[in-house]
Design a protein around this ligand. Structure first.
Ligand code: HSE
Length: 307
């Protein structure tokens, strides 16, 4: 048996507009890297050069590994080495990438051969560290890659291979985000929703699935419309409406908040208008005196052993 393994897992964008907590898409913008090393002495020890909590109970990867040690009754101690590349707190599935890489690494290290749903379930435990609650959209995308639909009770993740010509332009604003940003941005979601709004979101969500199944970036883009969560969260992103309007004017097929924000994601087909869209989004943020980093990306495969 191996004593050490390194797994990389991609960033992801959740919700894609109307699919709150249900849709996720792995994107090749950034990858977190987790190395697990078996140790003779028990317990979990975290080593990292990044500014993240190193207490296992407060760390995404730590929570995942501790839970898997308990579940599979393994006797070794484990050192977790974390290299974070996915920016934390910007709606790109940062905690999910570390959680996904940890679950997949543990599975490979102990040759557990867990199925996709089990890996997603184990990775989901890590989301508790940052979001306060477990939700599976980002971890499912990061574990499995591609586009995912998270069906709950019982957990059943459906994966669809995205169109190969789907492209995204993500504008990541340079903002100070609150420490528990996801928890904060989940706090503003309406407790009750209007029936007509739920029908609108459902129709758009169904069309997004049809777009992924039919390899149709245009249908995906024009269905990325959310009349429930976006209106409740947009005030948390300076310049949101201008960034969205600018991107659409520049030819984006659709625009949404990436996950819980504050990044904004625009969808496109092939390289159509990507440069124009990038500039337009940058200008939109500038109108709110906010700088942003532009990341042009495409769908990614899921977590895998580092080659
Ligand atoms: N679906 C989640 C949310 C994704 O929007 O709160 C963020 O982790």
């Amino acid at each position: 048996m191996k004593s050490k393994i390194t797994v990389v897992a991609p960033s992801s964008t959740a919700n894609l507009g109307p699919g709150f907590d249900v849709f996720g898409l792995a994107v090749n913008a950034f990858y977190d890297e987790i190395t697990l090393t078996k140790k003779k002495t028990g317990g979990v020890n975290i080593v990292t050069g990044d500014e993240i909590p190193t207490e296992p109970d407060k760390n995404t990867a730590g929570l995942v590994v501790k839970n898997m040690i308990k579940k599979f009754k393994t006797k070794d101690g484990i050192e977790i080495n974390i290299k974070k590349n996915v920016p934390a707190g910007f709606g790109m599935g940062s905690s999910a990438a570390s959680a996904a890489a940890s679950a997949v690494a543990f599975d490979k290290l102990y040759r557990l051969n867990l199925d996709g749903n089990s890996l997603v379930e184990f990775a989901g435990v890590g989301e508790k560290a940052s979001a306060g609650t477990i939700h599976y959209d980002n971890v499912a995308a990061s574990v499995l890659g591609g586009f995912v639909i998270v069906k709950t009770n019982p957990l059943d993740v459906i994966k669809i291979d995205p169109p190969t010509n789907l492209r995204m332009c993500i504008a990541v604003p340079k903002l100070k985000v609150p420490k528990k940003k996801t928890k904060v941005s989940r706090g503003v979601i309406p407790r009750k929703i209007n029936f007509a709004d739920s029908v609108t979101n459902l129709s758009n969500a169904a069309a997004i699935v049809a777009g992924f199944m039919g390899n149709d970036p245009v249908l995906i883009g024009k269905s990325v419309k959310d009349v429930i969560v976006e209106p409740a969260r947009k005030h948390m992103i300076p310049g949101f409406l201008k960034v969205k309007e600018n991107a659409l004017k520049a030819g984006a097929l659709g625009v949404a908040i990436s996950g819980a924000g504050p990044s904004i994601i625009a969808f496109s087909k092939s390289s159509d208008n990507l440069k124009k869209i990038s500039k337009a989004m940058t200008k939109g943020f500038e109108s709110a005196k906010t700088e942003c980093q532009i990341v042009i990306c495409k769908p990614s495969v899921g977590a895998s052993i580092k080659k």
